[in-house]
Design a protein around this ligand. Structure first.
Ligand code: NAP
Length: 485
């Protein structure tokens, strides 16, 4: 079972001890990144393992390998020498850091050596033949980078190794799946950091790994699902799907795949055997060219937010359509929607699904958008009225006024002060729906609520579409019946 290691990057020994205390019950071992310690603290590094009573890795990284140590090699050697007089379980030496006296000292003290390689070229296969534990660590800055990492890991994983152990780490948001899937990838250790620590970007904190991703339950045969997008690390979807897998006893995990290029993700999907995935900005349209079959909603909107593998074939669905309609139907019933007049603000990907959903439900729609040409294009497809996000748009919105649907990203975290139509005055009998779900209540919705309107936030739509995704992925109903997000 892969071990969970907390990387300690505090400037003070005391600070690091506090981190260990906070996460002690969630982690198996810790790594003291001595390169992050302030000068005077370095003299205590040999005492650290006894202070924390957990197995400890000692590392002193240089800037070139993602660390902060910038003194001479002689200084570094002396520090390692001091550290190795302490009760460390492991010491991490970079591939080029070959100092026989330190190696001997480590071995004589029963301290195991982790040998870190920072690229994945063929030369490193020889590392598997040494008695040291090879650690292959790269920074993944694109889907192509992460694909190369996974290909290399899968081939190295099959090679016999002398120590019987190896460590694989892909840093950065693109590499995040390697953190969660350490056991699946055959990595002896995975690394995490305290919440809010920037040094290990792309890592997660121990509690998120345990509680959301159930890191310790992931086995080699665990089924893999996820979400692709760029950016995607802020997604709430793992918090919706993973607890449901747990509740139903399904051996599966759902993780974010930061994705910039789809052809590379498709290869990743094949070699990692990803069974299904949600699709978010900016891939909802381009993903369609990779599908073998698609639902009517995908064909009608040109947008797909869910993909599932059926054998070797990919099938696409657009659950944004029904996910959007559910909260409206819950409040109004399908019949009352017919004949209503609605203004849709925005003409992007989400607006396509919203306009299709409303028009199919018999609603008369107008579209107003900052870029009027985009409003025009969408309006012509669905035979609606349109205008720009200006005085004429406001006039039109005053006529199409039973329902107002806000589909732009204006007001979304972190720019929460935004309001796409500040001059618009709400009337108390209107229904106002904002697709944004972070924050739960945008400024736009706040104004509508103050005017006495019925308001709907984007969180409800997010959940409704996720419930359908869950059923498509697992063949089972989402278990929490709308009571959890
Ligand atoms: P998109 O395709 O990028 O479209 C963005 C829309 O916002 C376009 O109409 C764009 O106008 C407009 N816009 C952006 N910045 C603007 C500004 N400063 N002033 C005025 N208009 C601006 O994105 P999307 O996929 O449609 O997503 C839009 C929002 O819906 C996001 O907040 C997303 O999180 C949310 N969403 C929620 C759910 C859910 O389940 N609740 C599902 C899907 C999407 P231009 O055409 O002029 O650029």
């Amino acid at each position: 079972m892969a071990l969970l290691c907390l990387e300690l990057t505090g400037k003070k020994i005391r600070e690091n001890i506090q981190q260990v205390e906070k996460y002690r019950s969630s982690v198996d071992l810790v790594e003291l990144r001595a390169d992050c310690l302030a000068g005077e603290e370095l003299f205590q590094i040999h005492k650290f393992p006894l202070m924390v009573s957990l197995p400890v890795i000692l590392s002193i990284r240089r800037e070139e390998t993602g660390g902060s140590f910038n003194a001479s090699e002689e200084e570094r050697r002396k520090l390692f020498e001091l550290g190795l007089t302490g009760n460390y379980a492991f010491v991490d030496f970079e591939a080029g850091f070959q100092v026989p006296s330190l190696k001997e000292k480590a071995l004589n003290s029963g301290i195991k050596i982790i040998r870190s390689f920072y690229n994945l070229s063929g030369v490193e296969r020889s590392a598997l033949l040494s008695s040291e534990i090879p650690k292959f660590e790269v920074r993944s800055s694109s889907t192509a980078d992460f694909l190369r990492f996974i290909e290399a890991v899968l081939s190295l994983k099959e090679e016999p190794s002398c120590s019987g152990r190896r460590i694989f780490v892909a840093r950065g948001d693109y590499g995040f799946p390697s953190v969660v899937l350490a056991e699946k990838l055959g990595s002896f250790i995975t690394y995490c950091s305290a919440e809010g620590r920037e040094s290990a970007h792309g890592h997660s904190d121990p509690e998120t790994l345990q509680e959301i991703y159930r890191f310790k339950n992931i086995k080699r045969e665990t089924s893999l699902f996820g979400i692709i997008g760029n950016p995607v690390m802020h997604t709430r979807s793992p918090r919706i799907h993973n607890p449901a897998f747990k509740h139903l006893g399904i051996d599966a995990v759902y993780i974010p795949f930061q994705t910039d290029t789809l052809p590379e993700f498709m290869k990743l999907m094949d070699i990692m055997d990803i069974r299904g995935f949600s699709v978010t900005i900016p891939h909802k349209e381009r993903i369609i060219e990779f599908l073998d079959s698609q639902s009517e909603a995908v064909s009608a909107t040109g947008s797909c937010n869910t993909v599932v593998r059926r054998g070797k074939k990919l099938h696409g669905e657009n659950y944004d359509v029904e996910g959007f309609l559910d909260p409206l139907k819950k409040r109004l019933g399908s019949e009352r929607l017919k004949g209503m007049k609605a203004t849709v603000i925005g003409a992007g990907g989400a607006a396509r699904s919203v306009v299709f959903a409303l028009v199919s439900s018999g609603v008369e729609v107008c579209i107003i958008n900052r870029t009027k040409e985009k409003a025009e294009k969408l309006a012509k497809e669905f035979r609606c009225k349109y205008e720009g996000l200006d005085e004429s748009g406001l006039d039109l919105a005053r006529i199409y006024n039973n329902l107002v649907v806000q589909t732009t990203s204006v007001g979304m975290y972190p720019n929460v002060d935004g309001d796409p139509l500040p001059e618009y005055e709400f009337k108390r009998d209107q229904i106002v729906y904002d697709l944004i779900y972070i924050p739960e209540e945008t400024n736009f919705l706040k104004r509508a609520k103050e005017a006495g309107c019925t308001v709907i936030g984007g969180g409800e739509m997010l959940l409704q579409q996720a419930y359908r995704q869950f059923s498509l992925f697992t063949g089972k109903q989402y278990p929490f019946n709308g009571s959890r997000d």
